[in-house]
Write a protein that binds this ligand. Structure first.
Ligand code: SAH
Length: 361
């Protein structure tokens, strides 16, 4: 239980909440705006750095509030320069955050939950129980930590190392919608971190009830972890399919508010040898997504200790990609990044034994 004398963390508060908090503290709304700018544009970690505020105000603020990020517990760098941080969250539990650099940009892959409730059979995180939802502070905090580590403050206008955000780390973001939405709104705010909705992609295994909301309220890019084209198989490998079968999922995609040709929905499809990788599967896939502005991202299966699957052969993946491509859909094969440090898709997992006992299930 938080101790009542504990300071209030201002990271993760909405802009409105922060301005109100400043007002409650006897400061003008404008001061609230300045604090926001310091935290999210300049990356300030202490009130003392906020030199546009009088010293006495800074001291007063520091007595009541803090600016707390998740703490880095472990740092790893892959041979391909992918970086992974194991973070201990403000509210307890551990999550992983991954930075995938490209030549002129880079994506930060952030987690939404400690563990995951979905148990997709090919996913390492799925072998870890859900411990808890991350708060907005720990979600946006992952971006702050990565920016600290990349030395990317103040928020650059162009040429950013961290140019894109993918909600593709641990957890199912649409099952922690409130906190994820709050964090994404902070990340998008033009006077702070300022990463636009066009550069943010949220990936879901298909929690259909929140797909529409995500489109209406956030307008970010949508990625769907499809992975199978028949309900019997999808029920087995992506068990949330039993509640929200393929048809319902695809209807939600057809109705996704910001989907058009410029902003296509990405269908992710993990290539599992002998499971979902036949030509018939590929043909069925293009039939299913017919009429949806879409692209298909083929993900070679990334192994993890004890995984019950193998990755499809290259020639099988190529044939699959060709069929999807011939039907008019872009079908890039995702290059695995950070496999040597278990940082690639589906390889994230954090020690959660201790926290599991503390969880409220
Ligand atoms: N829960 C959300 C967010 C996780 S995104 C979702 O399922 O979309 C992580 C992506 O990596 C998902 O598409 C997931 O299905 C995929 N994935 C999981 N395990 C994998 C593995 N071992 N190899 C390749 N991709 C995997």
């Amino acid at each position: 239980m938080p101790n009542t004398a504990e300071k209030i963390n201002i990271v993760g508060l909405s802009r409105d909440e922060l301005e109100k908090l400043a007002e409650g503290f006897g400061l003008s709304k404008f001061r609230g705006k300045q604090i926001w700018h310091w935290v999210y544009h300049r990356g300030a970690k202490t009130f003392d750095e906020m030199t546009t505020l009088a010293k006495s105000i800074r001291v007063g603020l520091a007595e009541t509030f803090n600016i707390s990020r998740p703490k880095i517990t472990k740092r790893q760098t892959s041979v391909d320069k992918t970086r992974k941080w194991l973070l201990s969250a403000n509210d307890g539990g551990y999550v992983e955050t991954v930075y995938i650099p490209e030549v002129d940009r880079g994506a930060l892959c952030i987690s939404s939950q400690v563990g995951c409730a979905l148990s997709c059979k090919f996913c390492h995180t799925g072998t870890q129980p859900l411990v808890r939802n991350l708060g907005a502070d720990d979600i946006v905090g992952q971006v702050l930590v990565a920016r600290d580590e990349c030395g990317e403050w103040p928020s650059p206008i162009g040429g950013r190392l961290i140019s894109n955000i993918v909600m593709m780390g641990m957890g199912e973001p649409l099952l922690n919608y409130q906190n994820v939405a709050k964090a994404i709104k902070i990340i998008m705010d033009a006077e702070g971190i300022s990463i636009s909705k066009r550069r943010i992609t949220l990936s879901t295994a298909g929690y259909v009830p929140n797909i529409r909301r995500c489109g209406d309220e956030l307008g970010v890019n949508l990625a769907i972890s499809l992975h199978a084209v028949r309900d019997d198989l999808r029920d087995e490998i992506v068990p949330i399919n039993k509640k929200f079968p393929i048809r319902e999922l695809l209807t939600a995609c057809r109705e996704y508010p910001s989907a058009n040709n410029a902003r296509r929905i990405t269908f992710e499809y993990v290539m599992l040898k002998g499971v979902n990788d036949t030509e018939t599967d590929a043909k069925e896939l293009v039939k299913l997504i017919n009429g949806i502005p879409a692209k298909v991202n083929l993900i070679p299966f990334n192994p993890w200790p004890g995984a019950p699957f193998k990755c499809s052969d290259n020639s099988t993946i190529e044939r699959f990609a060709q069929i999807v491509n011939d039907a008019g859909y872009s079908s890039p094969v995702r290059t695995p990044r950070g496999r040597d440090i278990l940082a690639a898709c589906g390889q994230l997992k954090s020690a959660s034994e201790r926290d599991r006992r503390e969880s409220i299930n």
